[in-house]
Ligand binder design. Structure first.
Ligand SMILES: [Cu+2]
Length: 431
């Protein structure tokens, strides 16, 4: 794991003691940051109670230091540059070098202390979405604490009381700060590491941005019409695949911090909804799905057995959420004869090009503005996958080593098991 580590020194400690006077803080935990967007190997806990770590899609888990039995983390709210997919970088706000921020992993019963340093140009706070905690640690600026001003460090302390999947995000100028990418996942593992075992445990957040083609900074006033729909601030083809070996039990935890719901769909398998923000669902009460809708502010954990080898699509089922920028506000020209029209306009407007709505645009090699993703793309083994946004591939193989998270490449299906071209007589013309 490549990290830039730097000590923050004494300046922050002065701010911190102003916020929580009783904590005699000798020195803040070091700041660990990452500057690349690839999925990091799950962090095997070096201290504290053992647990099976999660794999954060296109992300990582924040290391901690153990101090007098307390797990101490250091989050830094700051502007970051996040690669949304190869060919496009966005100016976002996040934590410790990335948006979303790193995943925090603790164990039920752990005492946790989180130092939050604000390096943004405006005040912030952190709300620990879903946690049972003292009211004053809930992170709602103005209501439960003063906001964290630029340059200040605040300290949050509580006991992780309940196993499950949580989120963190600011509760200060939310329309700006959430729209700029400030959020992260939090996983509290059960105190009994052997309970609810899975072989692979993925986690990510649904988020969305409105970044005009040719620019890099999100518009923060957008309410609904976002043009980049992302898993952990990555759009397909920039989203890592998820992997499993045949027979492995897989869990995928998905939190939604966008402004609309997302029906998340897995191909080729049924899963059960095993957990919500409110906790784990008793076995007998879990229900089967192939698509589960995740509303705003909700989390769903799904579980299933990787039963069938292949490259299985995994995506939001809203079709505009599997497209990137450029697909918005395009008129429907299906059935309109454009060639004649195009010639006439081209005589007046140099470089004019007609836009066939839908399919034809996907394969079109149209020059795009700088720093802009094609509407749909992704080279597959059989051509253009015609997907963007909230889409990735779940790769099930029979020869994957346990804990191997490397992309195994495309699936090679057995001979005779792929849809094929009919080469006999064409069907009669219907009248
Ligand atoms: Cu969606």
């Amino acid at each position: 794991m490549v990290t830039r580590r730097h000590l923050f020194g004494g300046m922050g400690a002065a701010f911190a003691s102003a916020a929580v006077g009783r904590a005699a803080l000798a020195a803040l935990p070091q700041i660990v940051t990452r500057d690349d967007a690839r999925m990091q190997r799950p962090l095997v806990p070096p201290t504290g109670k053992p647990y099976r770590p999660v794999a954060t899609l296109n992300g990582w888990t924040l290391p901690w230091r153990m101090r007098n039995g307390i797990k101490e983390f250091h989050l830094v709210a700051e502007p970051v540059v996040r690669e949304i997919a190869p060919g496009m970088k966005a100016n976002l706000w996040g934590y410790n070098g990335q948006s979303p921020g790193p995943t925090i992993e603790v164990v039920e019963g752990d005492r946790v202390r989180i130092f939050v340093t604000n390096r943004l140009p405006e005040a912030t706070s952190i709300h620990w979405h879903g946690q049972r905690l003292p009211n004053g640690m809930d992170g709602v600026s103005g209501l439960t604490q003063p906001s964290i001003k630029p340059g200040q460090t605040y300290v949050y302390e509580f006991r992780a009381q309940r196993a499950g999947t949580f989120m963190y995000h600011p509760h200060a100028d939310e329309t700006t700060q959430v729209a700029m990418g400030m959020m992260g996942s939090w996983v509290t593992h059960p105190s009994d590491a052997a309970s609810m075992p899975v072989d692979r445990d993925y986690v990510f957040l649904l988020n969305a941005y409105d970044i005009s083609p040719g620019s890099a900074t999100p518009k923060v006033s957008t309410m609904l019409d976002f043009n980049l729909w992302t898993f952990n601030s990555r759009a397909y083809p920039g989203i890592d695949p998820m992997m499993a070996r045949i027979g492995e039990r897989v869990r995928i935890r998905v939190g939604n911090l966008t402004m609309t719901n997302h029906p998340i769909h897995l191909h080729g398998h049924e899963f059960e909804v095993a957990g919500t923000d409110g906790g784990w669902i008793p076995r007998g009460a879990r229900w089967p799905e192939v698509t589960t809708d995740i509303a705003v502010g909700q989390m769903r954990a799904i579980e299933f057995e990787a039963a069938a080898a292949g490259d299985w699509a995994f995506h939001c089922h809203k079709s505009h959420h599997t497209m990137n920028a450029m697909s918005h506000g395009v008129p429907n020209t299906l059935g309109v004869e454009q060639s004649d029209l195009a010639e006439k306009i081209a005589a007046l407007v140099p470089d004019y090009m007609s836009m066939d709505a839908g399919h034809a645009m996907a394969g079109m090699q149209m020059p795009l503005p700088e720093n802009t993703l094609g509407m749909t793309s992704g080279d597959g083994p059989h051509g253009n996958i015609e997907m963007g946004g909230m889409f990735t591939v779940f790769k099930v193989r029979d020869d994957l080593a346990p804990g191997d998270y490397r992309d195994p490449g495309w699936y090679h299906p057995p001979k005779g098991s792929v849809a094929y071209l009919w080469e006999g007589e064409p069907p009669p013309v219907s009248r």
